[in-house]
Design a protein around this ligand. Structure first.
Ligand SMILES: *Cc1c(COP(=O)(O)O)cnc(C)c1O
Length: 397
């Protein structure tokens, strides 16, 4: 048994930081602003819809492989409602695939579309499953780093850097907008430039748009709506973030038929199907009136503002997110001793003792860890009272 048990593709990844930090929160009785899940559940009528589906025997046995027809129709209707004016719509039978959350959609897309050795460009810092899934698919990740600007308190995509990262081995770009963890919402110009590069170099794009309804400034534009993109773009959505049911794990892919067929080929051997009764409930959720979606956004924007003000008050450099659940902060303004001289890991390990709050060091989302070292991420998808308490505690710093 000289050989390590864990294969070399996964050996680099270890256990996620979220496990360590959540355990630390528990042990110290800290407020956990590490992991991004809401502390209140989504709409009561959607929960009731799930109960009804369970009681009526809908979805208690294997649902159809592509997802229940009601949910596929609801996803197509949702895309038409929110993006039809951009010329984007999908056929519920051939262009929609239901998955076990966005996580499975990402994994299945990469496993389906990559050959070993293919290069995948992803915006760094990135969501933690990207690197592992690219590795499991035998791909090579090529990070393009989003650059922070302390003056504007925002992050930017350097389009020259993106262009230079593309080689003859590049198969696809894995995009995420609104972007976790930086809260960046890519602009129309940035997306148009990404689209033009993808067309010019004949690349596929997987675009993770799970925060599509959590945009506080500007607007969310699906990359698939740009010229030449519909045929080469796999778009991923999820009920977890849009309806505050992260435990249900209902996600979906919208794409042209050939891409859906490819992604389904991988998905069928991962989970095959999942979340039967919840699929019916999410179908009803997607049909909620526009006021639900704007209400969710306005609620989260107010929460962003509470936590951002508290963090600024406590002395952090605050990167104000245009979208998502997260605020990135720079710990350097807190002073060398307090901030462990820009070491986000050490800072996050000591923060529970010092202030009773848990956060995540952004370095875990980077290949170039030095680029993320002084940055720390806080989640604001929590009740107002929790955020106010956290802000009060952080003031002690
Ligand atoms: C939360 C999250 C996911 C995972 O979504 P699930 O539907 O819970 O699997 C994927 N991508 C990003 C960027 C996320 O923040």
């Amino acid at each position: 048994m000289d050989r390590p048990l864990l294969n070399h593709r996964l050996a680099a990844f270890g256990t996620t930081i979220f496990a360590e930090m959540s355990a630390l929160a528990q042990r110290t009785g800290s407020i956990n602003l590490g992991q991004g899940f809401p502390d209140t559940d989504g709409p009561e009528e959607v929960r009731e819809a799930a109960v009804r589906a369970l009681r009526d025997g809908r979805g208690n046995q294997y649902p159809p492989g592509p997802g229940v027809p009601e949910l596929r129709a609801a996803v197509a209707a949702h895309q038409q409602r929110f993006y039809g004016h951009l010329g984007l719509s999908y056929d519920p039978d051939t262009e929609v695939l239901v998955t076990a959350g966005a996580t499975e959609a990402i994994a299945a897309s990469l496993l389906a579309l990559l050959e070993p050795g293919d290069e995948v460009i992803a915006l760094e810092p990135y969501y933690d499953s990207y690197a592992a899934c690219i590795a499991m698919a035998g791909g090579r990740r090529v990070p393009v780093t989003l650059r922070p600007s302390a003056e504007t308190g925002t992050y930017h995509l350097d389009l020259d850097e993106l262009r230079d990262a593309i080689t003859d081995d590049t198969r696809l770009i894995l995009l995420n907008t609104p972007h976790n963890p930086t809260g960046t919402v890519l602009s129309r110009d940035e997306l148009a430039a990404v689209a033009a590069l993808a067309v010019e170099r004949d690349l596929l794009v997987i675009t993770d748009e799970v925060y599509e309804h959590l945009v506080f400034e500007g607007e969310h534009l699906p990359l698939a709506s740009f010229p030449g993109m519909r045929e080469r773009t796999v778009t991923i959505g999820s009920a977890g973030k849009t309806f505050s049911f992260t435990g249900w794990k209902v996600g979906w892919v919208t794409a042209a038929p050939a891409l859906i067929t490819a992604v389904r080929s991988a998905k069928q051997f991962l989970t095959y199907v999942s979340a039967g009764p919840f699929q019916y409930a999410v179908a009803e959720a997607l049909a909620l009136p526009d006021s639900y979606f704007t209400g969710l956004r306005d609620d989260l924007r107010a929460k962003r503002d509470i936590l951002a003000a508290g963090l600024a008050d406590a002395g952090f450099g605050v990167y104000r997110p245009a979208g998502t659940y997260f605020i990135t902060t720079d710990i350097r303004p807190l002073g060398a001793e307090l901030s462990h001289e820009g070491d986000g890991f050490a800072f996050c390990r000591s923060l529970p003792e010092r202030a009773g709050v848990v956060a995540i060091p952004n370095a875990v989302f980077y290949d170039h860890q030095d680029q993320g070292a002084p940055f720390v991420r806080f989640a604001f998808c929590k009740s107002v009272s929790v955020l106010e308490e956290a802000a009060g505690r952080l003031k002690r710093l």
